[in-house]
Design a protein around this ligand. Structure first.
Ligand SMILES: Nc1nc2c(ncn2[C@@H]2O[C@H](COP(=O)(O)OP(=O)(O)OP(=O)(O)O)[C@@H](O)[C@H]2O)c(=O)[nH]1
Length: 430
């Protein structure tokens, strides 16, 4: 905080001459004191804790997401290029611990992978929506814990979504409109025209107005830059939306200086030259003037609406059916009662269903038993008839055997008789 001379007024008795007031001494303060120091406490605390910032980059493969993030933080994050053949849209999440002088920044960059590469683009926005909700849910679960630890907790809620629009110079694609519509209530969207060096100055202005009117026509809410804020007003950024950005980590010679830019046969595009592109405006917005506002909007607007939706879904409400304020305890008791009644009802239903099934099973068993008994009786009858038949056959066989033996004995005696007669005849002939 800059030191400034202050006038310390001393109380002068009313009856003294007014010319004495001219002799009030002006002292220069050597240090801060009193509640003037309050902001210092916040500054020190913030420096000690460090800052965190979460950026989501949504854009087609190869549109310049990585290069822009590298250029914003002036660090080569060494990213591999993605392929165009992902079957679905995915997200690449990376967290970096950065330091500038004594300021630490925990930066999380989430980038889409394979966005806009599928033939059917209908569900391209879903992984993005799911990711945004999952971060809100994780924060809500931390908030609902009895033992919370916000200091250690890594808040991964996305503070800003940089939406990369292809520099077609024509209009927004239906995928752009669809995705932005789906996420505008969950994140602060800052639309960017990517690779703005590939589009002429006149075309760029027309393209910008076209995009803004298309966003308005489709009711898409982008991040509203607070214009009353002194710093924002100075750069008057809103009028430049969507920012036409160019990314490059290349150092190019311009006159006697080395600047970051892109060298072309016809000249150099300087990334940090405000008459060449809006990169500086974007960097100022994200890092210098509006980071805290982006975080605040994330918490008070987007997270708040997710939280209230989830709590309502869980059955919590601020007012009862009679529009009277209702306490958490009352809701809890009512919910518990409702739950135990529901449990009882379900238990009763289960019991009845069980009894019904037991009855059905018993009836089925009885029916099966009856059928078996009938079958048994039938088989028994058949078997008895078979036995009687067999007995008859056996009797007949025995009779036949007896007859056979009788016949056999008769024939044997006849044979013996004839043998004796032959012998007697022979003896007689002798
Ligand atoms: N003309 C121009 N080219 C750029 C710009 N930014 C990046 N590029 C080039 O575009 C190509 C892809 O850039 P990346 O930053 O890897 O794109 P990306 O969107 O991160 O790609 P993926 O992560 O693979 O989806 C590289 O050859 C960059 O040099 C830009 O502003 N203008």
């Amino acid at each position: 905080m800059a030191e400034k001379p202050v006038c310390i007024a001393t109380q002068v008795p009313e009856d003294e001459d007014t010319h004495k007031e001219e002799n009030i001494r002006c002292l220069t303060m050597l240090d801060h004191f009193g509640f003037e120091c309050l902001p210092l406490q916040l500054v020190n605390k913030s420096i000690q804790q460090g800052f965190s910032f979460n950026i989501l980059c949504v854009g087609e493969t190869g549109i310049g997401k990585t290069t822009l993030i590298d250029t914003l933080f002036n660090i080569n994050f060494k990213e591999h290029k993605s392929s165009h053949f992902h079957p679905n849209v995915g997200l690449k999440i990376q967290t970096y611990e950065l330091q500038e002088t004594n300021i630490q920044l925990k930066l999380t960059v989430v980038k889409t992978v394979g966005y806009g590469d599928q033939i059917n683009k209908e569900a391209s926005y879903q992984p993005i929506v799911d990711y945004l909700d999952a971060q809100f849910e994780a924060y809500l679960q931390e908030e609902l814990k009895i033992k919370r630890s916000y200091v250690k907790y890594h808040d991964t809620r996305i503070h800003v979504c940089l939406y990369f629009i292809a520099p077609t110079g024509h209009s927004l694609k239906s995928l752009d409109l669809l995705t932005m519509k789906k996420i505008d209530s969950k994140v602060n969207i800052v639309p960017l025209i990517a690779k703005a060096d590939t589009i002429s100055k006149n075309d760029l202005q027309m393209f910008k107005s076209k995009i803004m009117s298309e966003l308005a026509d489709n009711g898409i809410q982008i991040y509203q830059i607070p214009e009353d804020d002194e710093a924002s007003a100075l750069v008057s950024v809103s009028g430049h939306l969507p920012f036409a950005v160019v990314g490059s980590m290349e150092e190019v010679k311009v006159g006697k200086r080395m600047v970051r830019g892109r060298q072309y046969p016809w000249g150099v595009l300087q990334v940090e030259n405000e008459s060449h592109c809006d990169f500086v405006k974007l960097r100022d917005l994200l890092l210098c003037t509006n980071m805290e506002d982006l975080k605040e909007q994330t918490h008070t607007r987007h997270y708040e609406s997710y939280r209230s939706y989830r709590l309502k879904k869980m059955g919590f409400t601020d007012v009862g059916p009679d529009n009277q304020p209702i306490s958490f305890q009352e809701i809890y008791e009512a919910k518990r009662k409702e739950f135990s009644e529901q449990c009882q009802r379900e238990e009763e239903q289960l019991k009845q269903r069980f009894m019904q099934r037991v009855k059905e099973k018993e009836a089925a068993f009885k029916e099966a038993e009856k059928e078996l008994q009938e079958k048994f009786e039938h088989l028994k009858r058949i078997q008895e008839e078979e036995t009687v038949k067999l007995e008859e056959e056996r009797r007949q066989l025995e009779e036949e055997i007896i007859d056979f033996y009788k016949t056999k004995a008769a024939s044997e005696s006849l044979q013996a008789q004839s043998g004796t007669n032959i012998k007697k005849d022979k003896e007689r002939k002798k």
